[in-house]
Design a protein around this ligand. Sequence first.
Ligand SMILES: Nc1ncnc2c1ncn2[C@@H]1O[C@H](COP(=O)(O)OP(=O)(O)OP(=O)(O)O)[C@@H](O)[C@H]1O
Length: 467
Amino acid sequence: MTDAPASRDVWVVDDDRGVRFVLAEALRDAGHAVREFGDVASVRDALKTARPALLLTDVRMPGEDGLALLSELKAQGVGPVIVMSAYTDVATAAAAYRQGAADYLAKPFDLDQAVAAVERALADVAPPPAPAKLMETPRHTLLGESSAMREVFRLIGRVAASDLSVLITGETGTGKELVARALHEESARRDRPFVALNTAAIPSELLESELFGHEAGAFTGATRRHAGRFEQAEGGTLFLDEIGDMPLALQTRLLRVLAGGEFYRVGGRELMRGDVRIVAATHQDLAARVASGQFRADLLHRLDVVRIELPPLRQRRSDIPKLAEHFLAAAAVELKLPPKRFSRAALKAIAQRDFPGNVRELENLCRRLAVIAPGAEILPSDLGTAAPTAGGDDWTHALRDWAEQALARGEADIHARAREALDHTLMQAALRAHDNHRQHAAAALGVGRNTLTRKLGASRTRRPNKT
Ligand SMILES: Nc1ncnc2c1ncn2[C@@H]1O[C@H](COP(=O)(O)OP(=O)(O)OP(=O)(O)O)[C@@H](O)[C@H]1O
């Protein structure tokens, strides 16, 4: 089953990544959500789970050509499709129209012309979206009750109002961008733009002009002046994602801008002055990259004024049930599906998984379950063939994570608190299993009734922190 397309989702298919990139950027500037593909096979893959509102495809590409894709899409009722081709022969154009293309763009085309063609084709098929609906989707709420997340919230509250640079670290999918957005929303800059740039997603030769903008004619293909992300973020926040992937030469340039607050557009003479707060993120160990000469130490110091570390989800498992329920409910609203809920056993099984892709992976799992689980209640058997990674001794992993965090925070009495937590957990489980019958519970645990009663008293007065 595929997700219904949002009315501004546009897919761009071209094996030339330069064309793909400038076209995608122009479309994004015009408010479209754009996905890029380098060949027909990857489009076909993506169609298994999603559909675009409109697709732009090149004709001649290695592997299958765009016209084959066109007829396939038409057969599936996906549309409209705009065909682009450098081979401006009448036959290709005619074939495109014959097979149902909404429009045909001869390369090289003007970007404005391409954007206009997209708007025209979309206007022909769909009424404009209701923007309020999009705003309502509860996607940007940062959730978490674990002590690790509470610490993150505390830091956000403390530094949001300042203009200090913040470096957010954490594995992929741990919510770094969401934290960056929260920093922006909580600051006095909230009515100004929040602009994100993923350094790793942009070809390095285009990164400089993306950041600082360029003048018309600055390089081949620069047909009009383009405001860089620094300019776009004026007065607001610039989020530099995957900063560890930034090429060294650009790191030098960025450092200069951060130090002086001034820059030139590529090919420009006018000195630009900006008021932008920088929030950077990385999943890499930047200190190690400094040591290996791939990252500038002075840039790291400038970015790393305040550090917010997002622990992997497996180190804050207590957050998993709430997140899962939130994502399941949000997916139902977004995909217009009947609401579902998790059975207790399913939630428990999910909370035991390791999630190498962290919160994003959990979110994707919930979206999939919202679509494919057959009943209103999701059961462990719906969770698919991917078995929980946690084995019987998974609790020792959680314990180790907890101990490492507590030790890193310099907390005292860890052994006593862990032992108490162990006793408490075992006793509660045994009492639940035996209807609160103390003698039976004690026997099941292999301890005396008096021991159980004594320990119960102790654990009632002092509860360990759980993470
Ligand atoms: N604490 C959270 N509460 C609710 N949603 C979250 C939370 N953390 C992450 N998410 C969601 O998980 C997804 C991934 O988060 P995000 O993109 O912020 O991660 P990231 O660390 O920036 O990933 P990457 O390393 O790939 O850039 C997003 O859809 C985000 O909304």
